[in-house]
Design a protein. Sequence first.
Length: 308
Amino acid sequence: MSVYTKVGRNELAAWLQPLGLGELIDYAGIAAGMQNSNYFVTTTRGRFVLTLFERIDPSALDFYLALQDHLARRDIPSPQPLADDAGRYWRDLCGKPAAVLSCLSGVALETPEASHCHAVGEMLARLHLAASDMPNPLPNPCGVAWRQAVGADLLPLLSTEEQDLLVDELAFQSAQDWSSLPRGVIHADLFRDNVLWDSTGRLTGVLDFYFAGEDAWLFDLAVVANDWCFDETTLAALIAGYAARRPLSEAERAAWPAMRRAAALRFWLLRLEVRHQPRAGEVVTIKNPDDFRHLLARFRLAPEALPR
């Protein structure tokens, strides 16, 4: 949640008025993340999160905010967007669409244990089932077509070794057919920094739904596994937690090794895009794409079966 757009105090105070949140006390930029500009906002009514959407189409934004409201109403600990007196979830601020959402308690974990992975797996399955009746879902914005297009765009900017890896992996992924796998709305970005926990180890928040869209549920599970699981124990715990709420099919088990590669490729490309085609910002987080390049190479050399 980098800060690309700077917001002045007076313009923010005026913008907040239709939300009925009282007087603005303080606000501060949030440096984590990569895509949008985010601020903690404190008013006389409490603490909230302000997000300015840097590159999201307004029609897509309607879906993302409605999804978070839908999930929050179904006991998924998602931030809930606040509507103004005209029922709008977002309005322009500093030339960007902006929304205020509830601020969830808790902190992210750097090194999760098996118990945390089990809880995240269970929450991910609950999220999938809760969003399964979401009307008119958007497709995964970073799905197959995005990966092919961005890969082709980045190819001339990469080293020869990276080019060889990318060309081969894009060809491999284009040959996969996951159209028959169970699917629905996925989070698509449920990394450790997008999950909050309280001091007792209870999961209290799931954040950042701005890559959400319809795709194979297994892809979402692979995204989580690639970031959360450091060994066989944590991976087994994640899968057990998920399967406790939604058992996995044999077709999903067969697709797992290739799906983990697809998830690693997606985040390698996303971070390469930020490295080679950066946007200007006041506080910008740039994450190392090599982490996912190495992960992708590992899965290509030594495919790992889904734990039972």
